[in-house]
Ligand binder design. Structure first.
Ligand code: SF4
Length: 286
């Protein structure tokens, strides 16, 4: 197993997680995944803290609205699951641990977040500004990793929520951060229309070049299942967080499928145990 680990903000592999109007492409940000794969990273996609709290129909909110004790408690629960996965993937040590946040986000910003006063009540135009600082989720995540004695990652904020997001320049900046001499394929077309298709994939498939290439090219977003080797409690929580997101997409009319394999059977059983219908199963190339 690679000893370079990348903690990935959920929406960088699945733009369906964004608040409406903030998508930059239909599904996965494919060149970004390709850079991580080229650099030999094991990718661990984190659950979206906002999706698992308010679902995919949530309104746009500023950092002040998310900075509540209840949301911080929710973030601690999700961060605990990320820490469980990291303990497993870093069990033999880790040469390089990176975190890809999303600058501009009230939750996932690492150098830039948003700020607004007087927000609340009926949604409408309000003043908002971008300010230096971390989103609520990133703050809590770093606290939880420290408390669990895990390494604190090097961070980069991908600017998909910043004005003037320029994919080619942003991928070049990421390539430099990852230590890649050459950028490769460059950027991606900006297409602010979500694909409304989500594929749930085994843990290893996200890091494996070509494993989901057909789905990625067709605009599917990816949701990663947890790795093997977690304790039963940790595996249960991690599957619950995937199921929470997937079920919310389904209830909002998105197409959700699972990539065929032994993990799809395990996940189907998990859904049934929760009293939920399993998802359709697809093979790559369908
Ligand atoms: S930036 Fe963070 S909170 Fe927002 S959609 Fe992406 S993963 Fe979710």
């Amino acid at each position: 197993m690679s000893r370079r680990i990348a903690l990935l903000s959920n929406c960088l592999a699945n733009q369906n997680a964004k608040v409406a109007e903030y998508e930059v492409c239909p599904g996965a940000v494919v060149p970004l995944l390709d850079l991580l794969r080229t650099a030999g990273f094991t990718i661990q996609q984190m659950p979206c803290p906002e999706m698992t709290f308010l679902g995919c129909s949530r309104w746009w909110q500023v950092r002040e609205q998310y900075d509540t004790p209840g949301y911080r408690r929710h973030c601690r629960l999700v961060a605990g699951s990320v820490a469980d996965v990291l303990e497993r993937t870093c069990a033999d040590g880790c040469d390089d641990l990176v975190l890809l946040g999303v600058d501009g986000s009230p939750s996932s910003g690492v150098t830039t977040t948003d700020h607004g006063t007087g927000w609340g009540g009926r949604p409408g135009a309000r003043e908002v500004s971008l300010v230096a600082g971390k989103g609520v989720w990133i703050e809590v995540l770093e606290q939880v990793l420290r408390a669990r004695g895990l390494p604190v990652p090097r961070v980069i904020g991908i600017g998909t929520e910043l004005p003037g997001y320029a994919p080619v320049a942003e991928m070049a900046r990421l390539a430099g951060f990852l230590g890649l001499a050459e950028v490769g394929g460059g950027g991606h077309a900006i297409d602010p229309e979500r694909g409304r298709r989500i594929l749930i994939v085994p843990d290893a498939a996200l890091s494996q070049p070509g494993a989901t290439a057909g789905f990625e090219a067709a605009g599917w977003g990816l949701l990663q299942l947890p790795p093997a080797g977690l304790s039963p409690e940790a595996a249960h929580l991690a599957r619950d967080l995937v199921a929470d997101q997937a079920e919310d997409y389904r209830r909002n009319g998105y197409r959700v499928a699972v990539l065929a394999g032994p993990e799809s059977d395990l996940f189907a059983r998990h859904m049934i145990d929760r009293g939920l219908a399993p998802f359709e199963v697809l093979a790559e190339g369908v």
